[in-house]
Structures are given as C-alpha cells and as structure tokens.
Design a protein around this ligand. Structure first.
Ligand SMILES: [Zn+2]
Ligand SMILES: [Zn+2]
Length: 253
C-alpha cells in the first residue's frame, strides 16, 4: 500500500510542469478568473468561501461532530448500521462555494476547477494509504447522456498527486438508479443496494487491494457503501472513500 504524503513525486513533477505553463499562460482562478500565482489553485477570495472539513468528525463516514470526540469515534448512524467502507474523508463542507462547485461540475460547466478540487482532496488524505483509485461509476445510459463522469475526472486529477494508479474499469454500475435527491437515509441505501458490480474477469484487480473510492459529494454514504460491498465481496482488503464535499448534517429516516 502506498502512503499518501502531501507532496508526492507526481505532485512535484506537476508543479514543475505548471511553472512552464505559468510562463506561457498566466494562471487564473478557475472559479472567478482572477489572476493568481500558480495553476491548479483557487484565488484567496474563493478559497475563503470554502469551509474545509475539519476534525472532529465520524471516524467512519466523516460526518462532522458538534462536540469534541476521540480519534476514530463513530456517529450514531454508523454505529447502528455500519457502512461497508472502512473510512471516509472529504475536503470541504457541502455548503456555499463547496456546493456551487459540485453542482457546476455535475452540469459540465467547471472541469477547469478539477485540479484545485483534487489538490484539496489530496491534502485531506494525508496519512491515509491506497493501492488503487477507483471512481464511482455511472451507468452506461447516464454516461451517454452526460458524456463525462465527474468522479472519473477527479480520480484522474488525483492519481498524479497521490502517485496511486487509477482503475476505471473494474467497478461498474450495472443498473441505473433514480436520483437520491429527496430520499431519506433508508431509501437511499435501498435505491442503490444492487446497482454496482465488479466487472466479469476483473476480480483479480480488486482482490487483496486497499482501494480508494472517489466521488464528488458524500451525503449518507449509501452509494459508496454499495460500491464497497461489491469490492469487499470480490476480496478487497480495505475500501476508503474520498469526496470533494461532505454534507454536514445527517439525513434522517
Ligand atoms: Zn476566485
Ligand atoms: Zn458516521
């Protein structure tokens, strides 16, 4: 398993590439177009509009706690019904600009913000480790309609920063699902329960691996838990989760 340091070799190579790029094309904030000093970051103003997800939070699903907690303490929902992933981290809270960036990316309007998102996600992963990164897949029909998978874009931006390879083939979404919006916690878990699978013939890419699942936003963790279940069934050693944003309040029901 490769442990993740904030400044990996990939990130160092990337920063020399961005120095060349800075010379040719001045860097601008991908959100507001203000001139900045280096590519791949947000300007200080936009940065200030984000709310970094800071401890204390649930050791399993990263739900922020309103009270002091010991490292590794889990929230009520995780204790009552443990999700199938081992741990989760997120860069920012799903509020204000954090929410705006996720929605803009989902609607195809903000792919230029992906490197900055990946940078923040890499920092949130300090001290964690993985053998392989897997984006949460979309069903074929959704991918045809949208033409891109935002989780895959983020996963590819993360790979160089973490020096961990991406595998976008082994985990598939075999069944389309209705949007999770408006569903309570229980319904969200039921909605995605049997949607994912390990692609036939790819179990060897999963077995014995520490897998890092990548998604844009984590709400109840139902989607990543359903992914983790099939990965564990195929022999994954551990499944961690990184998302750009985390909804800060528990979803009831
Ligand atoms: Zn800005
Ligand atoms: Zn939890």
């Amino acid at each position: 398993m490769r442990y993740i340091n904030e400044i990996s070799l990939g990130a160092r190579l990337k920063s020399s590439a961005s120095m060349v790029l800075d010379f040719i094309l001045p860097a601008r904030c991908p959100n507001c177009s203000t001139k900045i000093t280096a590519h791949g970051f947000l300007c200080p103003n936009c940065w200030g509009d984000l709310q970094p997800l800071a401890a204390p939070f649930c050791g399993r699903c990263a739900l922020p706690f309103e009270f002091a907690a010991e490292d590794g303490d889990e929230c009520g929902a995780c204790l009552l019904s443990p999700p199938d992933f081992d741990w989760a981290r997120a860069a920012v809270s799903y509020e204000d600009l954090g929410r705006t960036l996720v929605l803009r990316l989902k609607h195809g309007a903000a792919s230029s913000v992906v490197p900055a998102m990946a940078q923040m996600m890499a920092s949130a992963l300090t001290g964690k480790g993985a053998d392989v990164i897997m984006p949460v897949p979309l069903h074929r029909s959704r991918l045809m309609a949208r033409r891109f998978n935002q989780s895959q874009l983020i996963a590819h931006a993360l790979t160089g920063r973490l020096s961990v390879p991406v595998d976008s083939f082994s985990l598939i979404k075999k069944k389309p699902t209705e949007s999770q919006g408006g569903l309570n916690r229980r319904a969200r878990f039921q909605n995605v329960a049997a949607s994912f699978a390990v692609k036939e013939g790819r179990a060897g890419h999963v077995a014995g691996k520490d897998i890092l699942l990548v998604d844009d936003v984590l709400t109840t963790g139902a989607t990543v838990s359903a992914c983790a279940r099939v990965l564990k069934k195929a022999g994954a050693k551990s499944v961690g989760v990184i998302t750009f944003a985390r909804v800060g309040r528990p979803v009831s029901g």
